[in-house]
Design a protein around this ligand. Structure first.
Ligand code: ADP
Ligand code: MG
Length: 263
């Protein structure tokens, strides 16, 4: 029988796409003889490293696809600064069961209170689990839908935005949409309805959503009706973390409504 050496094994591992195992075969073989590993232990060490490597690659691919504006986790979030946020609720959401149930999350509140940070933190959890996540601002998303419409590729674009397990739409409400933009948004929401989860961040309370959608309260309530059917709303009331940081650095002297004494 032809003798089997590591070079032959490495060639086969490479053909199978098991590149991590190929790279570490020599080292683990040495460990195996030093530590008297059983065949099963030897194979298990190799497989474990390959699995870790594959999970890491998948995570990095998911991160690229997600296009987060910054990488900040839920562990980086200081819940004591924002007592209106129910930390337990956020921890529960971070288990991602809402994604399995096709539910949505709505983060509402003024600028700087951590809406985007929380959305990114939950999105990162999903990416870590190998789920496809896509982050966009409302205006970028509508611009991409309008461009697709002009190029007769609307269906393709809606499919692209419907495929991720989690779609994060940031900054809903800073600028109003026109009739066409509102109708494109409505089409997207209908397509994802009860199929794929959405996280929305908005500076506007629901009663003001009519202003966002071409001053059309009918389309605004049709959108809200679908978004809120299975959803969790976190109404964040509090001071801007950005301003707190600036105050600390002495960049801002007076800020309306901000409690200077605490900083
Ligand atoms: P917005 O509510 O406007 O979306 P962000 O989530 O972008 O605000 O928060 C603004 C900045 O402040 C970000 O850099 C974010 O990481 C940080 N930040 C906000 N709230 C907190 C917090 N409670 N703990 C730690 N960092 C925070
Ligand atoms: Mg934001």
């Amino acid at each position: 029988m032809m003798s089997v050496n590591n070079e032959i094994l490495k060639e086969k591992l490479s053909k199978l796409g098991l590149y991590k195992m190929e790279a570490i075969l020599d080292g683990i073989s040495e460990d195996a003889s030093k530590e008297n590993l059983s065949y099963a232990e030897f194979l298990d060490r190799l497989l474990e490293e390959e699995l870790l490597d594959k999970a890491d690659k998948l995570y990095r691919t998911m991160l690229r696809f997600a296009r987060f504006p910054y990488i900040k986790s839920l562990d980086d979030f200081d819940f004591s600064f924002q007592p209106s946020i129910d930390e337990r609720k956020i921890k529960e959401l971070s288990t991602l069961s809402f994604i399995g149930n096709g539910e949505n999350i709505m983060f509402l509140g003024p600028p700087g209170v951590g809406k985007t940070h929380l959305a990114v933190g939950i999105g990162l959890k999903a990416a870590e689990r190998g789920m496809r996540v896509h982050f966009t601002t409302l205006l970028d998303m509508i611009a991409s839908l309008m461009k697709a419409y002009a190029d007769s590729k609307l269906e393709e674009r809606i499919k692209f935005l419907s495929s991720p397990k989690l779609l994060i739409i940031d900054e809903v409400g800073y600028l109003p949409l026109d009739k066409h933009g509102s109708s494109l948004f409505f089409q997207l929401i209908c397509r994802r309805y009860e199929r794929g989860s959405i996280i929305i961040t908005s500076n506007k309370s629901y009663s003001d959503w009519g202003e966002i959608f071409a001053s059309d309260s009918v389309i605004a309530s049709a959108i809200l009706d679908r978004l809120l059917h299975h959803s969790t709303t976190a109404n964040i009331k509090g001071d801007s973390y950005r301003l707190k940081e600036k105050l600390k650095a002495g960049l801002v002297n007076t800020v309306g409504g901000l409690k200077m004494a605490e900083n």
